[in-house]
Design a protein around this ligand. Structure first.
Ligand SMILES: [Zn+2]
Length: 120
């Protein structure tokens, strides 16, 4: 399974992390995954998280850069972060597709998984 480009210590992801009051976030822009508060290794060690972000990459491809971003921002204002339809869809994909990214390792326990931000 080929992975997209991963950018650690991303200033854009840091802004999202502060907004969401989260310890760590990943954020998709185009076909890149931007991280703040997590290393590449920490991100890749949670296949649920990887599957979640891969769904955002698929959404980005489906709607295009501007189509994705304006819907995302509009729906954030309307529904709050947790209920953005793209996020609901990505959480479902994360649950369904984690096995694809586990690379033969056991899936992490709930305690080991990256927590979903609830604020914002
Ligand atoms: Zn997401």
């Amino acid at each position: 399974m080929s992975l997209p480009r991963i950018i650690e210590n991303s200033p854009l992801a840091r802004m999202a992390r502060l907004k969401l009051k989260a310890g760590s976030v990943a954020m998709v822009l185009g076909s890149s995954i931007h991280l703040s508060g997590a290393t590449r290794e920490q991100f890749l060690s949670d296949p649920y998280w990887v599957a979640h972000e891969m769904e955002h990459i698929r959404q980005f491809q489906q709607y295009g850069r501007f189509g994705f971003l304006w819907r995302y921002v509009r729906d954030w204002a309307r529904h709050g972060y947790y209920n953005i339809p793209f996020e609901v869809q990505a959480r479902e994909a994360g649950e369904q597709n984690a096995g694809l990214y586990a690379a033969g390792r056991p899936l992490p326990t709930p305690e080991q998984r990256h927590p979903t931000p609830k604020a914002g």
